[in-house]
Ligand binder design. Structure first.
Ligand SMILES: [Fe+2]
Length: 292
């Protein structure tokens, strides 16, 4: 995908139509955002009543479900918990089905799903955040407490705003050029530090050098005022649309919007059509050694 056309709009795509060509996977793996402008996710009446940030527990960014064990976080009212579980479970099935239809090669390889309902307006939430957690600043996604050792972060998003407001993103330059800009002097993780973080259960397992470098990239991008002020592609994702990207690779910032569903899944690098396009492979080429 060229930097000039980072979003591929698929207005004519319909489920069960002709099998998607390899081109879609190729575009995705090159870092594109795939946009389905007319593929909405409809809420029923009781789910619509959840569209109020007052439901979210104080200090929580969103309501989240781990669908495989039914664990729900971020919402306390018993009635609202039941409806949120039902909604997030439905969205999990919708997005997994979408991914498996679009990317046949990934079937059976998508793991560790987490589903979230984001109710806060971007501006209201972000103003309370530190710069590191401020998603209005251009970044790639990396998990501080959940090392993934090179697995890909694949995300599906649906704008469920009931008033027709778009969700606005800015998209940055390609992954490799960001690595060259921000990680050329960056060493691997300190083994004692990563051991301690895992022992103290601050991280779910030990951070690899890959995780360490991805977190440094995330932080250095967000901290760099010059990057934040550079021209970037602005994209409006309309209410009633769905979009998909590898968010560990496509540099993004959220500028505006409220009410969204989001599905995260992990994918092993070996399940990609072209593993050489993974952030792990790019970083290993630049560093000249194994990182995970
Ligand atoms: Fe992000």
């Amino acid at each position: 995908m060229s930097a000039a056309r980072p979003v591929l709009t698929l207005a004519d795509w319909r489920p069960h139509a002709t099998p998607p060509s390899d081109t879609l996977i190729e575009r995705l793996e090159r870092g594109a955002v795939l946009l389905f402008p007319d593929l909405g996710f409809a809420l029923n009446d009781e789910e619509q009543a959840l569209l109020d940030p007052a439901w979210v527990d104080r200090g929580r960014k969103n309501v989240s479900l781990t669908p495989l064990d039914g664990h729900l976080n971020g919402i306390s009212d018993p009635g609202a918990r039941r409806i949120a579980s039902q909604l997030l479970e439905r969205y999990y099935r919708f997005s997994l089905n979408l991914l498996e239809q679009l990317f046949v090669a990934y079937r059976g390889n998508l793991h560790h799903p987490t589903t979230s309902l984001r109710l806060h307006a971007i501006a209201n939430w972000s103003e309370r955040s530190s710069w590191r957690k401020d998603d209005r600043r251009l970044h790639i996604d990396a998990f501080p407490s959940r090392p993934i050792h090179g697995d890909r972060i694949l995300r599906v998003f649906s704008n469920i705003n009931p008033d027709g407001q778009p969700r606005r993103w800015r998209l940055g330059s390609d992954f490799e050029s960001l690595c060259r800009r921000y990680l050329s002097d960056q060493k691997g993780a300190n083994p004692l530090h990563t051991w301690l973080l895992a022992q103290l259960k601050i991280t779910k397992r030990r951070r690899s050098d890959y995780d360490h470098l991805m977190l440094r990239l995330h932080d250095r991008m967000k901290a760099d005022e010059r990057l934040q002020e550079e021209p970037a592609n602005t994209v409006d994702f309309p209410a009633g649309s769905t979009w998909i990207c590898f968010s560990d690779q496509a540099a993004h910032a959220v500028s505006a919007g409220q009410f969204m569903l989001e599905q995260t899944v992990l994918l092993p690098v070996t399940a990609m059509q072209d593993p050489q396009r993974s952030p792990l492979a790019v970083l290993e080429r630049l560093k000249g050694r194994r990182l995970a």
